[in-house]
Design a protein around this ligand. Structure first.
Ligand SMILES: Nc1ncnc2c1ncn2[C@@H]1O[C@H](COP(=O)(O)OP(=O)(O)OP(=O)(O)O)[C@@H](O)[C@H]1O
Ligand SMILES: [Mg+2]
Length: 324
């Protein structure tokens, strides 16, 4: 059913104002976050579908290495976006492949920068680094920056299904965190080049452009652009459950995201049992949730009888997201 994406062309005006109401988000980039199992993937898919039904060209991507976006959409997904509904594309980026690409690039840079006899040690070091979780996260953040740069050109909107909260916070902060590191690397490299030039007084003194320094500068600009863009064009939609413990974690996430100056959408309270099934604990937790997030607002989504997978079920959920 799904087919590989062909570039859908230039951006259209956002939203045609047709049938579906995409809900409270007007931002072009939405991150859906929250504790494990609250319904992030399901609601990211539902939100993306609502935007697509309203006429926007939407890409929904999962950043959880344990992908389940394809299960929610009932479509086989892969690294590159595939079309899963009119106006809607979805992807499950392959973090391992991204790490391999990143390492290949570092090897290429290193080959220009260090003597050949050092290369085996460099390769060994990179192999070890490649196996570390930080490398996968940073490669995934790079992929995400690529996708963000396509918003406004290839896509009208990007919806990101995140892994649980801690991961989302790190992911959102990576561009900011990596910038000083890249600046440090650039300085080291420039210092080394100056030392080489001094030692080389008898040689050809003409200054050559250093591809490694250029690459580092480009990377720094990209990261700074992404950090700005995240604060300007992105909102975080936190999903929670009507339970005290989950509420406490959501409250901490709201604080940390606000401190880092990210914009927050109303908090989605998912899987609310209906009527008698709810019980006094749920009612109490729901009241506490509404009070705690009065500033952001809340959107309430009922517990469905069956697992909400596939386009029709997701559309039913999206209707609740829109009605706030
Ligand atoms: N409103 C709902 N009613 C009934 N079932 C739901 C609802 N929302 C989500 N679910 C179900 O709850 C389960 C967890 O949902 P989902 O995978 O979207 O959560 P998640 O937050 O992405 O989980 P993870 O942290 O593991 O990525 C799934 O089986 C999903 O179909
Ligand atoms: Mg998920």
């Amino acid at each position: 059913m799904s087919e590989p994406v062909s570039d859908p062309g230039g951006a259209s005006a956002t939203g045609s104002g047709s049938a579906a109401d995409p809900g409270p988000t007007a931002a072009p980039i939405t991150f859906v976050g929250g504790k494990g199992g609250v319904g992030k993937t399901t609601l990211a898919a539902a939100h993306a579908l609502a935007l697509a039904d309203a006429g926007q060209r939407v890409l929904v991507v999962s950043t959880d290495p344990a992908h389940s976006l394809g299960d929610a959409l009932e479509a086989p997904l892969k690294d590159e976006p595939v079309r899963v509904a009119p106006n809607l594309w979805a992807a499950e980026p392959d973090a391992d492949a991204a790490v391999r690409r990143r390492i290949a690039q570092v090897v290429e840079d290193a080959e220009k920068a260090v003597p050949p006899e050092v290369m085996p040690a460099v390769r060994r070091h990179l192999e070890q680094a490649g196996a570390s979780p930080g490398m996968a996260e940073s490669a995934l953040a790079d992929l995400l920056v690529d996708r963000m740069e396509q918003v406004g050109r290839r896509w009208d909107a990007l919806v990101v299904d995140s892994a649980p909260t801690g991961h989302l916070l790190r992911l959102l902060n990576l561009p900011t965190l990596l910038t000083p590191w890249v600046v440090g690397l650039t300085r080291q490299r420039e210092r080394a080049r100056r030392a080489e030039a001094l030692a080389d007084v008898v040689g050809d003194s003409e200054e050559e452009a250093d591809p490694l320094v250029e690459r580092l500068h480009a990377r720094r600009h990209r990261l700074e652009g992404a950090a700005d863009r995240l604060r300007r064009d992105a909102v975080v939609r936190l999903v929670t459950l009507p339970r005290r413990m989950v509420l406490a974690e959501t409250a901490r996430a709201v604080e940390r995201l606000s401190e880092a100056e990210f914009r927050l959408d109303p908090v989605v309270v998912n899987q609310i049992p209906a009527g008698d099934a709810a019980g006094p604990d749920t009612a109490e937790a729901l009241a506490a949730t509404r009070e705690r997030f009065a500033r952001q607002g809340t959107v309430e989504v009922p517990l469905q009888d069956a697992e909400p997978t596939g386009l029709e079920s997701l559309r039913r959920l999206a209707a609740h997201l829109a009605a706030r």
